[in-house]
Design a protein around this ligand. Structure first.
Ligand code: JFZ
Length: 457
């Protein structure tokens, strides 16, 4: 273990997580019923994941497509990445003193929510407790929480109010792994410690689900060192849904949850018959928590492109900010999100509520779809004309959505060509062609490779 890097470690965990749906459930079947008293059907109690009305609970989320992730905690004061406490081996007593400098300025969360709205985001997910163990919210279960330490106030409450006031849906991130709690590691091999720590964890989640009104998303993270049985994840989810019947939860408490969480890459389609959702979470540089030295910022174009590709596959995009200890957002993030917001203002309707799009092959464009309308998002503008190979659906008409300019369509068996375009991209991030088709647009590139007439001997 000492010799593998954190990245490799997570790769391993990720591989395990891929099999989690099945493995987790099998495990649950072998375990004792978790709610024998509250259910007449113990099998059902054992296997509880989330309520069956998933489609209904997730409808707003599928529409929304784009959210803001916020990593905020004591590591925001330090500015050396949210893993600094472990990666630099900082003594716990020393780390704890950071609270004295953790003084978010008044209205800090308002600024986040305003920026999220401006960027075209529809929801926010903030760390209520990260691996460091510091609770940003009020609780009777520990003194290691914002109201009782440096900040002297409930930061989660301020976040919730700010998000709501800008019309954002509200999500809570919660790390199961805890580097501070005395039972956080020994719970793996000491049953009394596990009992205490699981009670503590369920208690904190109960606080979060009870004191802030309607919460839209619960985003669990890192389940080390326990499995679903150890965490009593089934019971955990049951409690969450008892308190918040309309909430959606992710898959990181080792149950499948309502959606999966591909990290730092655009996710793929779910397995056939799986009606859960997926959400790619991503950083704007390479760190989640504020990391002063990390200058590896993505361009606004990369962000827009990732958002398009998430929408194309029916997924969501949760894009992170790592505010500083005073709550202010690093300037590059503001700049990137402002540019993305300008693009979304004009083109957001090609993203929100879009349907999964089967057309996907182009080296310079991404695609989204609404019914029979295909949106071609050209991020690398080739000038004058663009073309789609193997489009099997008849195109009725097309225009450049960005400018309103109508576009000429030439369609032959293997190629749809859109001509008379300007030399220079009308929008640098992505120029969108709105293509009205005769039916649901379908592309077959293999057909092009196999059946297109060839030449020569
Ligand atoms: C976790 C955290 O360790 C990190 O600090 C951040 O909060 C991020 C959103 O989540 O990192 C992970 C968790 C899971 C995987 C990779 C990184 N995974 O399954 O590949």
């Amino acid at each position: 273990m000492a010799e593998i890097s954190r990245r490799d470690y997570f790769k391993l965990m990720g591989a395990g997580a891929a099999a989690l749906g099945i493995a987790g459930m099998n495990f649950a079947c072998k375990s004792a019923p978790e709610h024998p008293a509250t259910s007449t059907n113990p099998t059902e109690a054992e296997e509880f994941n989330t309520p069956p009305n998933r489609e209904q609970r997730m409808a707003w989320w599928h529409q929304a497509r784009f959210g803001m992730f916020i990593h905020f905690g004591l590591y925001s004061v330090l500015g050396r990445h949210e893993w600094a406490m472990e990666e630099e081996g900082i003594p716990v007593v020393e780390y704890m003193k950071l609270d004295q400098q953790f003084k978010p300025k008044p209205g800090f969360a308002k600024a986040w929510a305003r920026l999220a709205k401006q960027a075209g985001m529809k929801y926010m997910v903030m760390t209520t407790k990260h691996h460091e163990g510091f609770c940003n919210f009020a609780t009777d279960l520990t003194t290691y929480c914002a109201p009782k330490q440096g900040p002297g106030r409930d930061l989660v409450k301020e976040y919730v109010e700010a998000a709501r006031s800008e019309g954002m849906r509200v999500g809570f991130y919660y790390s199961l792994m805890d580097w501070h709690h005395p039972d956080g590691a020994r719970c793996a091999h000491d049953e009394a410690a596990r009992r205490r720590f699981v009670d503590y964890t369920h208690g904190l989640i109960r606080d979060l689900m009870s004191h802030y009104g309607k919460i839209d998303i619960l985003w669990y993270d890192v389940a080390w060192p326990l499995d679903a049985k150890g965490w009593e994840s089934s019971k955990m989810n049951r409690m969450v849904f008892d308190l918040q019947p309309d909430i959606i939860v992710n898959n990181r408490n080792k149950l499948p949850g309502d959606f999966s969480t591909p990290e730092q890459h655009v996710g793929g389609p779910l397995k056939k018959g799986d009606n859960r959702g997926w959400e790619t979470c991503m950083t704007m540089n390479d760190s989640w928590g504020y990391n002063k030295g990390d200058d590896d910022w993505k361009s606004p174009k990369t962000v827009v492109r990732d958002l398009i590709h998430c929408s194309q596959g029916g997924g969501n995009y949760l894009l992170n900010i790592g505010p500083m200890g005073d709550g202010s957002i690093p300037e590059p993030s503001v700049r990137i999100l402002t540019a993305v917001g300008k693009w979304m203002e004009k083109h957001g309707n090609t993203i929100y509520g879009s349907d999964i799009c089967q057309v996907r092959n182009s080296t310079y464009a991404g695609f989204t779809r609404k019914g029979n309308t295909l949106y071609m998002h050209v991020y690398f503008w080739p000038g004058e004309y663009v073309a789609i190979g193997g489009l099997k659906t008849k195109v009725n008409s097309a225009r450049i959505m960005t400018t309103g300019q109508p576009v000429k369509v030439e369609q032959s068996e293997f190629q749809a060509k859109f001509t008379g375009l300007p030399k220079k991209a009308p929008d640098d991030l992505a120029t969108v062609l709105e293509i009205e088709c005769d039916g649901e647009p379908v592309q077959d590139t293999l057909w092009v490779r196999e059946d297109r007439p060839r030449d020569g001997v």
